[in-house]
Design a protein. Structure first.
Length: 271
């Protein structure tokens, strides 16, 4: 009888110890992000999730506030060893980075794929990043702030100026199918590439379009070299000195689009 009593006592102690272990189990580790998208990096910072942003690619350093975040890759190349060292468990990649997505998933890192950024779909982009970071309420607040900022931006006064926006290489025109085309429209421009896909146009098309403002992103170009192209001397943009370099960090895709609209508007209306 005494042996049976001791048996039940031991069984009870064993069960209690097991219950105690379940109750004291620690929380799941916090998600740590690698961002190959400047838009996602910007949104994580705006959402108050800076501590969760473990690493960015080298282009992400251009995002305000991300200057000191560790760099673990460049474009579709990444150091998986660095990501492991930083405890990265999820990554944001662009829709075209299929090889990067496969590499990260092979190393046990969950991947959120971001679509091409368009202003009309910007709230959806915010919600995608906010959901991954567990910041849904903050995401809705950020969307409301974005919409308020756009509504508060005064419309461009006067006649809409014809604008040629050159992207990164000679004669590559921002089309109406792009984020840059969206920015131009909201900035009050008449985009000469509105009816075209983003891509190269002929010098003849540019001269015929007679842009009143030329904007360009390429670091290798200058207002002087563009003005000196064949046939450009007669363009209103050249005659009135309206050729402006656009600071790339001011128009990064998905990074503070309301401010990007205001910035482009100032350049377009200059003089």
């Amino acid at each position: 009888m005494r042996k049976l009593f001791y048996f039940f006592v031991c069984l009870l102690l064993f069960w209690a110890a097991g219950c105690g272990e379940e109750k004291t189990a620690g929380p799941e580790p916090a998600v740590r992000f690698y961002s190959a998208s400047s838009a996602a990096s910007h949104l994580l910072l705006k959402l108050g999730a800076a501590d969760a942003l473990a690493a960015v690619d080298r282009y992400g350093r251009a995002v305000p506030g991300a200057e000191r975040i560790p760099v673990a890759g460049s474009g579709s190349a990444v150091s998986v060893e660095k990501l492991a060292e930083l405890g990265v468990s999820r990554a944001f990649v662009w829709y075209y980075q299929t090889n990067l997505k496969q590499l990260l998933e092979q190393h046990g890192i969950a991947v959120t794929v971001l679509p091409a950024v368009r202003l009309a779909d910007y709230p959806g982009l915010v919600r995608t990043v906010a959901s991954a970071a567990g910041k849904n309420a903050e995401g809705e607040a950020l969307i409301a702030e974005f919409q308020t900022q756009l509504n508060a931006t005064p419309p461009a006064g006067g006649e809409r100026r014809r604008v040629y926006f050159e992207l990164y290489s000679p004669y590559k025109c921002a089309g109406g199918d792009s984020y840059f085309g969206d920015l131009l429209k909201l900035a009050g421009a008449e985009n000469i590439g509105e009816a075209l896909p983003t891509g190269p146009v002929s010098p003849e098309y540019l001269v015929q379009s007679s842009p009143e403002v030329i904007l360009f992103l390429a670091e290798t170009e200058s207002a002087e070299t563009i003005a000196g192209r064949p046939g450009f001397a007669a363009l209103p943009a050249v005659r009135y000195g309206r050729i402006h370099r656009v600071e790339r960090t001011r128009v990064l895709e998905g990074v503070d689009p309301a401010e990007a609209v205001r910035y482009l508007r100032r350049l377009i209306r200059d003089r």
